[in-house]
Design a protein around this ligand. Structure first.
Ligand code: ADP
Ligand code: NA
Length: 327
């Protein structure tokens, strides 16, 4: 029988925002209690597919480790590790790359989006999804929590599992997507777009370590409309509805309950209520991030232990891959 195993990765690109937390990380925390084997990787090999600053990368890796722990990922329940510390990822990626045709990669989202922004993309950026496939298959993972934006990349991992199995004999289970809630947090400045770390407008994005006054300011500046009553109607009233959705998500209540709490409040007063709910949810996370950041040696130790456990799982799989390939 195939053991259920969850794998997911997150790039160390600085502090996650509220969308990352509510759309992905919160789900990661839940999954560690639902599956017998769970791995979460800080995918630093993916972070060098675009020009980057080594000092910043090093800081970002530890910050991401602090963030994952502060959000509630428990290293006793999930293997938390840094991808580059487990060199098996790179080796399997090479082998899988040799099973991937060039045209198969051309239309995948990472390349299509990111190579347009630069005059030229690197080979690493082009084969980025192959490395993702290697991340997943290296542990014979069966379930992969992903956002909708990553579904096509997961399909490549599924294809590569099939291709490998067909060429070299059954080895990899076909990993299945665990679509994280379709809950999308929208930009506070343009509620028709998703909240994103790359939004140039500083007040559009709430980061999970934003102090209360920053949260208050951003929510105060959130785009709403000229109707003062609070209702939930994402089509007609995307701004107010985004605040309702955020309120419901951070307070773990339904949208209906959030709207009913807004009865009698105009949007200004409701923004204060939403601010309080967001601050209540984020304050303990921010304090824990700060506490953990003050002890980088501890974070490094957590990552080293995680890498050790990841390697124990990866080594026998890669050994078998090598044998099947003919090495
Ligand atoms: P960004 O768009 O800020 O660059 P990423 O692409 O790094 O974010 O997203 C990392 C994870 O967070 C993905 O699983 C993605 O689906 C989720 N995510 C990102 N932005 C949002 C959002 N605004 N609402 C919900 N989930 C989001
Ligand atoms: Na992105």
């Amino acid at each position: 029988p195939v053991t259920s195993r969850v794998f997911s990765g997150i790039q160390p690109t600085g502090v996650p925002h509220l969308g990352n937390y509510l759309g992905a990380l919160e789900n990661w925390v839940a999954l560690q209690n639902q599956y017998p084997s769970v791995l979460y990787s800080i995918v630093d090999l993916h972070s060098i597919t675009q020009p980057q600053d080594p000092k910043l990368l090093r800081t970002n890796i530890l910050d991401m480790a602090a963030t994952l722990l502060a959000c509630g990922i428990n290293p006793k329940k999930a293997v938390v590790f840094q991808q580059s510390q487990v060199s098996e990822h790179a080796e399997l990626s090479w082998i899988l790359g040799c099973l991937t045709s060039m045209p198969r990669l051309r239309h995948l989202p990472q390349w299509k989006m990111k190579s347009k922004q630069k005059s030229e993309g690197s080979v690493g950026l082009y084969t980025y999804p192959v490395l993702q496939a290697a991340d997943i298959l290296l542990y014979k993972s069966t379930h992969v929590p992903v956002g909708e934006d990553q579904v096509q990349h997961l399909e490549l991992a599924q294809d590569l599992a099939r291709i490998f199995n067909h060429r070299f004999g059954e080895l990899f289970p076909e990993p299945r997507a665990l679509l994280s809630s379709t809950r999308k947090v929208k930009s506070l400045r343009d509620p028709t777009a998703k909240m994103s770390k790359s939004d140039p407008q500083a007040s559009a994005t709430i980061f999970i370590t934003d102090p209360p006054d920053a949260v208050a300011l951003k929510i105060r500046r959130a785009v709403t409309d000229f109707t003062s009553e609070v209702t939930f109607d994402p089509e007609a009233r995307p701004g107010v509805s985004n605040l309702v959705a955020i309120h419901a998500a951070v307070a773990s209540i339904s949208v209906e309950e959030a709207v009913s709490q807004a009865t009698g409040l105009d949007t200004g007063a409701y923004k204060q209520l939403v601010t309080e709910a967001v601050v209540r949810r984020l304050a303990p996370i921010r304090q824990e991030v700060e506490r953990l950041q003050a002890d980088p040696a501890h974070l490094e130790e957590v990552l080293a232990r995680g890498a050790c456990r990841a390697r124990e799982l990866a080594a026998p799989v890669l050994r078998e891959v090598r044998r099947r390939v003919g090495f």
